[in-house]
Design a protein around this ligand. Structure first.
Ligand code: SAH
Ligand code: SF4
Ligand code: F3S
Length: 449
């Protein structure tokens, strides 16, 4: 039986696409292996959102040259680096066999058999020109407790720093029927929670069915317990979205709303068409309507021309919004973007690093402080997996990670858990029916988690 080794980089959309690839390969008799050296097919699903990730990938591809000389193995590169570089990848790494774009996933089996038969290299990366967008159903042989479902692909926003519109193409929404059909199948297989995915979920528009209406439809799927989505764009996050948080019981009380910067001039140069004031007002409105909601964001430091004062505005925004957590990045120039064309990448690397460290230290303090306020409360946790130290790991409705002792047979179930100890990025807790063992559990050092 042939084997494949699939490595996924980048965002949740790639995780979803990788699951689609597995789904296509398994019916052909392929089984998945963790051992890359023994695999008959090596697949990389790649990301190019920042330069560093791409560098690392290229060096990993480079290392496979030796393996290719030793044995017969097909090397296929998909995802955003494939989309960006297309056949240029063959020049950089001539041992690659297949380069396939984000719209060619369904053709993967044919591409593999062509390469095997004709011993040629193939690059296929053109965007699908069909005005509709349909995905082969993900009918998984395992339905994860928490599953991703892509609802919209591409992005029309063209933020000046971002390569995604070039690697994923323009926005196309998937039909509600297909989305709901897929979620129903997942739920039948045991999935409890879905995260609706898109670079810009709240620009979802399928024949005038918009995102709030889609959410309402998904909320009615019998057996589904939790709904999440990522990412919305601040510009399109409106009052109707706030009504969804109030009116849809299964929509989780967490909003990830990427702001990128706390300074209006920087936002303007980023081509993010909202102001810090608009953004804060939207968050305040949501919090008024749903006080328990948790809020997180993405930040870029060291965008071209970002002054110290502008950076400090971002720090100030973190304190104003009092985020639950933040994903933060150093600006990375991407060729083909407007920022690369129009601005000089003039904040020195060491200064970007310094700003990132300051920002992350501040946010850790804020996150810890916020989490501490929840110590002692009871939360319903959906158990997703066993973590490395053997504890169970799950998330609250508000997306907080909780570790606690329990039986792995509970994975996939909900449990009431007391949040005993807050850490900056998670909690240690005790399941209500495990309280008698809590003494032993408290003796464990927090650093083990
Ligand atoms: N669609 C989402 C984000 C997609 S990319 C949105 O609009 O918010 C995920 C995050 O990567 C972005 O939010 C941004 O913070 C970061 N990012 C994107 N391009 C980047 C770049 N060139 N340099 C550094 N960080 C970048
Ligand atoms: Fe990139 Fe902006 Fe689109 Fe997000 S909205 S994917 S940051 S261009
Ligand atoms: Fe990366 Fe492509 Fe996602 S560039 S972040 S894998 S859309």
């Amino acid at each position: 039986m042939p084997s494949f080794h699939l490595k996924t980089y980048g965002c949740q959309m790639n995780v979803y696409d990788s699951a689609r690839m597995e789904n296509l390969l398994k019916p052909l008799g392929y089984h998945s292996t963790d051992d890359m050296d023994s695999a008959d097919l090596i697949l990389f699903n790649t990301c190019t959102v920042r330069e560093k990730a791409k560098h690392k990938l290229m060096s990993e591809i480079g290392k496979l040259k030796e393996l290719k000389q030793k044995k017969e193995v097909v090397l296929a590169i998909g995802g955003c680096v494939a989309q960006e570089e297309a056949e240029k990848l063959f020049r950089k790494a001539p041992h690659i066999d297949i380069v396939f774009g984000v719209d060619q996933i369904d053709q993967l089996p044919q591409l593999i058999s062509q390469v095997r038969e004709h011993k040629t290299q193939i690059s296929l990366t053109a965007f699908d020109t069909d005005p509709t967008f349909s995905l082969s159903y993900l009918i998984p042989d395992r339905c994860p407790t928490s599953a991703y479902v892509t609802i919209i692909k591409g992005c029309d926003k063209f933020c000046s720093f971002c390569i995604v519109p070039m690697t994923r193409g323009l926005e196309k929404s998937r039909s509600p029927q297909e989305i709901i059909g897929e979620i129903q199948k997942l739920v039948q297989g045991g999935t409890q929670e879905v995260t609706l995915l898109g670079q810009n979920v709240n620009s979802y528009d399928y024949k005038k069915i918009y995102f709030p209406e889609l959410l309402r439809k998904v909320d009615q799927i019998p057996g589904l317990r939790r709904i999440r989505f990522t990412s919305p764009h601040p510009q399109d996050f409106n009052d109707e979205m706030i009504s969804c948080y109030v009116g849809l019981p299964r929509l989780c009380k967490h909003l990830h709303l990427p702001v990128q910067s706390g300074n209006n001039d920087v936002l303007h140069r980023m081509r993010r068409w909202y102001t810090v004031e608009d953004y804060v007002q939207k968050i305040n409105k949501l919090r008024e309507a749903v006080p328990a909601v948790s809020v997180s964001t993405d930040i870029i430091v060291g965008f071209p021309g970002e002054t110290l004062l502008q950076f400090e505005n971002t720090l100030h925004l973190l304190e104003t919004v009092n985020y639950d957590f933040v994903y933060s990045f150093k600006y990375s120039e991407r060729s083909g973007t407007r920022a690369a064309r129009d601005f000089e990448d003039d904040v020195p690397e060491a200064e970007k690093e310094r700003r990132l460290a300051i920002l992350q230290r501040l946010q850790d303090r804020i996150s810890l402080h916020k989490n501490k306020m929840l110590e002692g409360t009871l939360e319903e946790v959906l158990i997703e997996k066993q973590s490395l130290d053997g504890k169970l790991q799950g998330r609250t409705d508000s997306f907080k990670i909780v570790h606690f002792e329990g039986n792995p047979s509970c994975i996939g179930q909900f449990k009431m858990v007391r949040l005993d100890k807050a850490l900056p990025h998670s909690f240690l807790g005790t399941a209500l029916d495990q309280q008698r063992s809590s003494k032993v559990y408290f003796q464990q050092p927090a650093s083990k988690i």
